[in-house]
Structure formats: structure tokens, C-alpha cells
Design a protein around this ligand. Structure first.
Ligand code: YSA
Length: 347
């Protein structure tokens, strides 16, 4: 075979393969096979010197002409493939800017936060200021100031998460420790409410959570009586639930009040007939309350012969359950958006 035959044969095969190459990978492989450093045409040109002298000029001209021809053919094919890719991408990635946009998902306040806001407003109209306190509390304010001495069995009522040993720092078990903190820093008259999270090491059920929210109330002045306490909580219940809901005060014991009461409303879930939420009683306890114990007044430097006061601690989840007919307290911390969205309201 002469050098000219070799060149013609190479041209025919190279042109055919390039026409068949359908992807970028294939044309890159083609370039490597013919024009690359070890490509067929490159090796042919490198071997020109070994050809018979009379064949060299024709072989040289023909080889170089083929190189130019194949390089141009490759460039054209490459450009066509790139353009094809781009067109395909434009077609598939096309964005229709005339389509309506997706509405953003708006967040809403948690039902417990909504209830805290509402209670703060109700109590503000009754003359109470809202203040906040620490969730990690000393045993001193959580128990001692509240007339619950160390080793007193009453401490068992509040199943406590201790943060340290020997047990001087706790996750507050109620909002009542703020009674001592507020009174130590304020002279009467005092009228505050304290919303916030509290923690109890206790088993969960439809009406008990280990993390819950309470709203503490405290009023201290000259001549405050139990009638003021009843009037305040009754008015709060009337504003929150409407006047058709019944309320009940019964004697109860808390070491930091004398006398003490528990405050309940008739169960909104069963209408008072009895269910698993109210444990068949028809009533659900909303909070504990009473007249501030003289020992507590003394512990913060108030004279119990001059001042008297009432205090209460309401369960915020329980209030929300009764207001909205929620039959399981665990729903509030369950993070189920289907539950939470029912409480969403326009800001
Ligand atoms: C009592 C007298 C005062 O002068 C001031 C405050 C108090 C209340 C007292 N500090 C206290 O915590 N009482 S309590 O243990 O009975 O809780 C008050 C309310 O919190 C309950 O009536 C209930 O509504 C709610 N609660 C208590 N434990 C709960 C709970 N809610 C859900 N899950 C729990 N585990």
C-alpha cells in the first residue's frame, strides 16, 4: 500500500467514525485516536522520514492536508454537539415566568404562647404587670423561701429534676419561686403575673406533661383578702371561657399559703359528664392558689401584721385545653403541624 493509499484509507475511516460519534465523550475519544500524541495520523507523520525518498513529498503534503481537514471536521462536530447540549438544557430547564408563585408558608405563635399573651392582657387590665424569671433555679427560691424546708415531705409533691448534687440547683418545678424574687426586690403594693416553663419528673398522661407552662400571680398590699383572690380568678375565667363555664374553689394544701385552694373549671371535653382528661370527675384543675403564708412574707422582709396577699399558679396547657377542647396535653409539645395549624391566626 502506498503512502497515498494509507492517507485515503485513514480519511475514509476517520470521517465515518466522526459522523457516527454522538456524544462529547465519543468525539474526544476520536480525537485521541487520530490526532492525539499517539494518534494514527500523528504517528504516520512522525514516520515520514522512514519512507522511500520519492514518496516523502507526496506523503508529507497529503498527511498535513489530512491533519488540517480532520482538525476542522473535529472543531465543527464539537461545536455542533455543544450547541445541541445547550438547546436540550434550555428546553428541559425552561422556567415559565408567567406561572403564579408559591405562597410562602407563614408561621404562627404556638397555642401556649398565644394563651400567655392573652392572659397577660387580661391580667394587665386587672392591674398586674408581667415579669419573667429563670427556669434553672436555686432550691432556696424553689422551696426554702416558700416555707418548704429541706427534707420536708412536701418537696415530694414537686417531682424535681436536680441539676447538681447535692441538689442546690433545680429546673424550677413551678413558677412560685418568682414570688420570693419579686418580693425581695419590691415594696408593696405588688401585683405581678409570671408566665413560663416548669419541669416535673413525672409520668405523662392525657392531663400530665413533664414540661409544662404555668402563670404565677401575686398580689400583696394592705387588707388583701380571699375575696380578692376569688374575684380575680373568676374574672380571668369569665374573660377566657365566657360566663357559661362553671368554676370551683376547694380547700387544698400548699406550704406557702394559708388557707390554700385548688381552682377548677368544669371539663369542656365531656361537658362535665366525666372523661379520661378529667379522670371521670367532670372538673379539671386549672391551678393552686391561696393567701400568702405569713412565713413567706417574713422570709422576704414583709411584716405579715401589716401586709397580706394572695397568690396563684395556673396551668397554661390546661387552660388552653379547656378553652379549645384539646383532649390530650401531650399534643402541645408533640410538634404535629396538623395540630398546631388549627391555632394559627392572622398576625
Ligand atoms: C399554689 C399556691 C400559690 O400561692 C401559688 C401557686 C400555687 C401553685 C403551685 N405552685 C403549683 O405548682 N401547684 S400544682 O402543682 O397544683 O400545679 C398548678 C397547676 O399546674 C395545676 O393545677 C395544673 O393546671 C398545672 N399542672 C401541674 N402539673 C401538671 C400541670 N399541667 C400539666 N402537666 C402537669 N404535669
Amino acid at each position: 500500500m502506498t503512502a497515498e493509499d494509507t492517507i485515503n484509507d485513514m480519511r475514509m475511516r476517520a470521517t465515518k467514525h466522526l459522523a457516527e460519534a454522538g456524544s462529547r465523550e465519543e468525539i474526544i475519544a476520536w480525537e485521541r485516536a487520530f490526532l492525539g500524541p499517539k494518534g494514527e495520523l500523528t504517528l504516520f507523520l512522525r514516520r515520514l522520514a522512514s519512507l522511500p525518498v520519492d514518496e516523502r513529498p507526496t506523503a508529507g503534503r497529503g498527511g498535513n492536508a489530512l491533519k488540517t481537514e480532520l482538525t476542522e471536521a473535529w472543531n465543527a462536530r464539537h461545536a455542533a454537539l455543544v450547541a445541541g447540549d445547550l438547546e436540550q438544557r434550555l428546553a428541559t430547564d425552561a422556567v415559565d415566568v408567567t406561572l403564579p408563585g408559591r405562597p410562602p408558608i407563614l408561621g404562627a405563635a404556638h397555642p401556649v404562647s398565644q394563651m400567655i399573651d392573652e392572659l397577660s392582657e387580661i391580667f394587665a387590665l386587672l392591674g398586674f404587670q408581667t415579669v419573667f424569671g429563670p427556669e434553672v433555679e436555686t432550691a432556696h427560691y424553689n422551696f426554702d423561701v416558700l416555707n418548704i424546708p429541706k427534707d420536708h415531705p412536701a418537696r415530694d409533691v414537686w417531682d424535681t429534676f436536680y441539676v447538681d448534687l447535692p441538689g442546690e440547683i433545680v429546673l424550677r418545678t413551678h413558677t412560685s419561686p418568682m414570688q420570693g424574687r419579686v418580693m425581695e426586690q419590691t415594696q408593696p403594693p405588688v401585683r405581678v403575673v409570671v408566665p413560663g416553663r416548669v419541669y416535673r419528673y413525672e409520668a405523662q398522661d392525657a392531663s400530665h406533661e413533664w414540661m409544662l407552662h404555668q402563670l404565677e400571680g401575686l398580689a400583696v398590699d394592705r387588707a388583701i383578702t380571699m375575696a380578692d383572690l376569688k374575684g380575680t380568678l373568676s374574672e380571668m375565667a369569665r374573660q377566657l371561657f365566657g360566663s357559661e363555664r362553671r368554676t370551683r374553689f376547694r380547700c387544698d394544701f400548699f406550704p406557702f399559703v394559708e388557707p390554700g385552694v385548688d381552682f377548677a373549671v368544669d371539663c369542656a371535653i365531656c361537658g362535665g359528664a366525666g372523661c379520661r382528661v378529667c379522670k371521670g370527675s367532670g372538673w379539671l384543675e386549672m391551678g393552686g392558689a391561696g393567701m400568702v403564708h405569713p412565713n413567706v412574707l417574713r422570709a422576704v422582709g414583709y411584716d405579715p401584721d401589716v401586709y397580706s396577699g394572695f397568690a396563684f399558679g395556673l396551668g397554661i396547657e390546661r387552660l388552653t385545653m379547656m378553652r379549645s377542647g384539646v383532649d390530650d396535653v401531650r399534643a402541645f409539645a408533640g410538634n404535629d403541624l396538623r395540630f398546631l395549624r388549627q391555632f394559627a391566626r392572622a398576625a
